[in-house]
Design a protein around this ligand. Structure first.
Ligand SMILES: Cc1cc2nc3c(=O)[nH]c(=O)nc-3n(C[C@H](O)[C@H](O)[C@H](O)COP(=O)(O)O)c2cc1C
Length: 206
């Protein structure tokens, strides 16, 4: 089939927007933030990825579901422009999902979902103690996408990674072992994936 997006995102026979089933698997950034009053927030974002490894930059996209109401993570970043990306392993899937609940602004998912936190070193938001890796980030730039016709604002947050935590248990012979990190990935609809076959392929010599 073929369709043009200006006419809507679910032409027949599609019953859901197919976009997140086409751009996948996506890594999940489990993003911790803090507001000016020191109240923490934790939420998963799969419109998340690395932008560059050296220098290290990441991005995530908080998209409003209600006109005129930004996500708490984004509201916090406007007050304290720092965040932590906690890497989600399969063992943390249920906890990660629990933190996607729409709680009242100011209610911490760390407390509500009983998720243990550890202090970060260079940024104010805490990190998830159970995460096997975490990236401490400072906001570099916020890109505002055009407001939707129904009044929802969508943003792209680009952050500079200023510090990295890696649990020693996932480092083998000086390399991060994918199997030990066990990253959870987001697929289409409500589906998730874990690592399938891993193989090495060297680049051609120039
Ligand atoms: C796996 C997963 C990935 C998600 N990815 C995004 C995303 O990329 N952008 C977004 O706006 N919401 C995403 N959500 C929904 C948010 O996590 C959810 O709206 C959450 O309540 C936002 O929290 P906050 O308002 O505390 O920032 C995702 C949810 C899940 C479970």
């Amino acid at each position: 089939m073929y369709f043009e997006t200006a006419a809507g995102m679910r032409p027949a026979p599609l019953v859901h927007n197919p976009f997140n089933a086409l751009v996948m698997p996506r890594p999940i950034g489990w993003i911790s933030t803090i507001d000016a009053a020191g109240r923490t927030n934790l939420a998963p974002y799969s419109y998340f990825n690395a932008v560059s490894s050296d220098p290290p930059y990441v991005m995530f996209a908080p998209n409003s579901v209600v006109a005129g109401k930004d996500k708490d993570s984004f509201r916090n970043l406007r007050e304290v422009p720092e965040f932590v990306v906690n890497v989600v392993s399969g063992t943390n899937a249920a906890a990660m999902n629990a933190t996607s609940a729409p709680l009242p602004h100011g209610t911490s998912e760390f407390d509500h979902c009983a998720i243990a936190a550890l202090p970060s070193r260079l940024v104010r938001p805490p990190r998830v103690a159970a995460a096997l890796a975490a990236l401490e980030c400072r906001v570099f730039q916020i890109v505002d996408l055009p407001r939707t016709p129904d009044g929802r604002d969508n943003h792209v947050v680009i952050g500079e990674v200023v510090a990295i935590h890696i649990d020693d248990s996932v480092i083998v012979d000086g390399l991060v072992d994918e199997r030990r990190l066990e990253p959870l990935t987001r697929l289409g609809y409500m589906n998730y994936g874990t690592l399938g076959a891993v193989f090495e392929m060297l680049r051609p010599e120039s």
